[in-house]
Design a protein around this ligand. Structure first.
Ligand code: SF4
Length: 395
């Protein structure tokens, strides 16, 4: 192979035909939700279901205008709550995606969902279009946690939703939030055990963040809710690692756990810093090294797409060196870590030229390992990942 780096090389031209340049993944955003959860600051559209039909028409136009150079092997419909759409609308959405984007035989085709929006006919129409993975936003089974997060479903709605999904789509993931006000370690243990018992092949656990301006952030500012302390949060995170590990889940990314062969292949593209298409309001795409952000307001997005213009409102193209640093930052999130050889091949820069002088104290502190030509975070490193990654990468 002409481009094989030698271990002593510090710079080389990245492979021009690689998955970090040509998108092999597709993200489709559906912004509609029945209700705005108290902690959420995603691009969501609430109480405007009358816009769904027009939004689907705009999405069809954006999809038709998307240049496709190679088949995709992952499709992820996210939101919002995509399963708020009717079975007919979901069928049309999946159909327009499948018609425009050629796929590879091992396609992973996922959709985000909520327990209260699942019905058998929605699952059936999606499965008929090749959808083979559900990602269910459970967040908790506990009534008091769901109330503080202002979720619309109850813990009791989860099992029936899972039963409906599994009849057609056996592979499903569950999302949980830990660190909610009032959440105890017993609550968390109960949540994880129920998720395991329901047969989830993949579990995501996200630490609650108080995003400025959200209702939950305001409640914390006014003292109406008390945030959990760092020690309590760490105890919950450690429990996820231990309990899910002993149940056969691999802790393959800071917030993600998978049964063997059930990692989320779509999200793995983000953590590898590989290219992906992105369509819909608020969607991001990363194609040929350029990252583009679509407008975040649904009415603006529809207007611009119908007028024949691009819905992009912001774009950036990093220098090769900055891109290498960004690649390092996301790849450190993976338990697979950063392979020195693959990193050089992908970015054109050696890991050594970027961070070598910063690694030694972190290895000594037990936060990072550097073995077999691969750098990765230890569990202690994962516990302080945000600050640690920024220190490793940017100093
Ligand atoms: S369902 Fe999800 S996307 Fe919609 S408001 Fe709640 S957290 Fe946000």
């Amino acid at each position: 192979m002409a481009n094989t780096p030698s271990p002593s090389t510090d710079q080389l031209t990245p492979d021009r035909s690689a998955p970090w340049l040509e998108p092999r993944g597709l993200y489709v955003h559906v912004p509609f939700c029945a209700h705005h959860c108290g902690y959420c600051d995603f691009a969501v559209t609430v109480g405007q279901d009358h816009l769904i039909e027009t939004y689907l028409e705009a999405l069809a136009l954006e999809i038709d205008r998307t240049e496709v150079t190679t088949p995709v092997d992952t499709i992820f419909i996210g939101g919002g709550t995509p399963t708020l759409l009717s079975p007919d609308q979901l069928g049309r959405l999946a159909g327009m995606i499948r018609r425009h984007f050629p796929t590879r035989p091992n396609l992973e085709f996922s959709i985000e969902s909520t327990p209260e929006s699942i019905t058998a006919d929605k699952v059936a129409v999606l499965a008929d279009h090749g959808l083979n993975r559900f990602s269910l936003g459970v967040q908790s089974f506990q009534g008091h946690t769901l109330r503080v997060l202002e979720r619309q479903h109850s813990g009791d709605q989860v099992t029936p939703a899972v039963e409906i999904i599994r009849r057609r789509v056996p592979n499903f993931s569950m999302d949980f939030i830990f660190g909610a006000p009032g959440q105890t370690i017993t609550d968390w243990e109960h949540d994880l055990k129920r998720a395991i018992a329901l047969g989830s092949s993949h579990i995501s656990t996200y630490g609650l963040t108080y995003e400025k301006g959200t209702p939950l952030w305001k409640q914390r500012e006014s003292g109406d809710v008390i945030a959990l302390g760092e020690t309590d949060e760490l105890a919950l995170y450690t429990m996820s690692h231990e309990l899910l590990g002993s149940a056969g889940f691999e802790h393959y990314e800071i917030s993600n756990f998978a049964k063997p062969d059930h990692r989320c292949q779509h999200n793995e593209k983000y953590w590898a810093n590989e290219a992906y298409h992105g369509v819909g309001v608020g969607a991001v795409r990363y194609v040929g090294g350029r990252r583009e952000h679509n407008k975040r307001n649904t009415k603006d997005y529809i207007r611009v797409v119908f007028s024949g213009e691009s819905p992009t409102f912001q774009q950036e193209e990093l220098s090769p060196f900055e891109r290498a640093r960004e690649t390092l930052a996301v790849q450190l999130r993976r338990s697979d870590g950063v392979s020195r050889q693959a990193f050089l091949h992908q970015t054109g820069h050696s890991l050594k030229s970027i961070v070598q002088h910063r690694l030694a104290p972190m290895i000594e502190a037990g936060l990072v390992t550097d073995e077999n030509e691969c750098v990765s975070l230890t569990f202690a490193g994962k516990c302080v990942a945000d600050g640690l990654v920024s220190k490793v990468v940017w100093g």
